[in-house]
Write a new protein. Structure first.
Length: 99
């Protein structure tokens, strides 16, 4: 395998490196495309802001994300049970629509 890799021309190995780098970008683009709804954009932006804080580890960011998701699901369930102020059942969507 090493001999085969060493025998490859530089243009081919360079192209494979570029293609490998594009896989991550395409993956992020697919995730953003699937989650492109008004309800989740604030969480997406908040994740980037929290990730910029260098003192937080990936475990801390994951715990924050899980807790925010549970809070959101709890508020959504409360709104669908009639505990809300008569919204659509999506508290964040109601806030964004009324803004």
């Amino acid at each position: 395998m090493t001999n085969a890799l060493n025998a490859m021309p530089a243009w081919l190995s360079g192209g494979m490196a570029v293609g490998g780098g594009m896989v991550a970008a395409v993956g992020y683009a697919m995730v953003i495309n699937m989650m492109a709804t008004k309800e989740v954009w604030p969480f997406f932006a908040l994740g980037f802001v929290l990730a910029a804080i260098s003192q937080l580890t990936l475990i801390a960011l994951g715990a924050i994300g899980v807790s925010l998701a549970l809070i959101y699901l709890g508020l959504k369930e409360l709104a669908t049970q009639g505990g809300g102020a008569g919204g659509s059942g999506d508290p964040l969507g109601d806030i964004l629509n009324n803004y």
